[in-house]
Design a protein around this ligand. Structure first.
Ligand SMILES: *Cc1c(COP(=O)(O)O)cnc(C)c1O
Length: 382
């Protein structure tokens, strides 16, 4: 049996809608861009949504619109996708890594204060794999130290967090000055390639709209450029796809929750692994399904298990290797093994299993069987 790691869920509706755009002459900056943005803003419950060509572009524009610049520091987590830690480097600001909470795998709020210096301008927490960060505590720290918050919610569309301070459930993407989503095909919803910024701040929204479109002014006259900008536009073809996907987001989230539940049922008998944790004050929108081997396993053993899974047709990956140990970061900032022990230890033992909307119970049973056998074999041999 072959079970891929991820698959988008594209229906006839998406295909028809994309085809309808191709029958018009307007393929960029057309009606689907605003339709997609409006539907997205409504779903999250924010004033502005600005669609761009990737999550990374979105993060970069938020960093720029907050005025983060050469010499500034931005606190973030080492256990995430690379662009959470490179988006400030585009502006010559420095990422400062704070270790993670061993349960949620998100930035550990207890360790943030120690990392704050005179140069710290912002905190950039990630809602990793769809699990919201510990927002109440993070917001308190940010307020106390006058720091901006950038929320990397690229993996968390639809996830909710119960704020004890505000006494209500809040959607991920709403916690910072701005939040950023991403639509690569392995996320909950896709536009092929794409990303989107959400914010209630008029100034940030205006700057992001201008900078995604070559720094054009508010009236967007084609040859008037008022600031340094980029081509971070997303085409109407992609936006049409995104519009149908966001219209289906509740259905998509339900399907993924069902898959997660089935995994739980079939994996809980494997004693050597730890299943994903969901905090009680959280409603999870599942981006990926990440299990961990227990502490008796080494990184080498984990890698052998990944090989065995792949040999048997089970797509998998080691999400995430700790970013501070990537060559770019050891070279640029002198980070080394031992600096962030929780993230390192977790990075050595995680396995992302196949996870997508239409994963069948038969496929899940097969993954459980192969994983159970691989864990026994590798754990026993060494
Ligand atoms: C996917 C992702 C991004 C951005 O991804 P793009 O490939 O640029 O769209 C950023 N941060 C996290 C945590 C992600 O998972």
């Amino acid at each position: 049996m072959n079970v891929p790691l991820a698959r988008p869920d594209i229906t006839k509706k998406e295909r028809q809608t994309v085809m309808s755009v191709l029958k018009t002459p307007i393929l960029s900056l057309g009606p689907w861009l605003s339709k997609f943005e409006e539907a997205f803003a409504k779903f999250i419950g924010v004033k502005h949504a600005i669609a761009v060509n990737s999550g990374t572009s979105g993060l970069h524009l938020v960093v720029k619109s907050l005025g983060i610049k050469d010499g500034d520091e931005v606190i973030t987590s080492p256990f995430t996708f690379i662009s959470s830690a490179t988006c400030m480097m585009f502006e010559r600001a420095r990422p400062v890594f704070v270790d993670i909470d061993p349960l949620t795998m998100n930035i550990d709020p207890k360790k943030i204060a120690k990392a704050i210096t005179k140069k710290t301008k912002a905190i950039l927490p990630i809602d990793v794999f769809g699990h919201p960060a510990e927002w109440d505590q993070i917001l308190k720290i940010a307020q106390k130290h006058h720091l901006k918050i950038i929320e990397d919610s690229c993996e968390a569309i639809g996830s909710e967090y119960y704020s004890k301070i505000k006494k209500k459930w809040l959607e991920c993407g709403q916690f910072g000055e701005a939040g950023v989503f991403a639509f690569y095909p392995n996320k909950q919803m896709t536009t092929g390639e794409g990303g989107l910024i959400v914010t209630d701040d008029d100034k940030i929204a205006e700057l992001c709209r201008s900078m995604r479109n070559q720094g054009r002014g508010g009236d967007q006259k084609w040859l008037d450029h008022v600031r340094l900008g980029y081509n971070y536009r997303i085409s109407d073809i992609n936006c049409a796809l995104g519009y149908v996907q966001i219209s289906r987001i509740k259905e998509i989230m339900r399907k993924r929750a069902t898959v997660a539940k089935m995994y739980h049922r079939h994996l809980k008998k494997i004693k050597e692994i730890i299943l994903p944790y969901v905090a009680p004050n959280v409603k999870m929108s599942w981006q990926a399904y990440i299990i961990r081997l227990n502490n008796n396993f080494s990184r080498e053993q984990r890698d052998k298990i990944l090989d065995l899974l792949r040999k048997n047709g089970v797509g998998c990956n080691n999400y995430f290797p700790s970013i501070h140990l990537q060559p770019l970061f050891t070279k640029s900032f002198g980070y080394k093994r031992g600096d962030l022990p929780v993230s390192e230890s977790i990075s050595d033992r995680t396995i992302a299993l196949p996870f997508f909307n239409n994963l069948s119970e038969a496929q899940i049973k097969y993954v459980a069987k192969i994983l159970g056998a691989a864990v026994k074999q590798i754990g026993f041999v060494l």
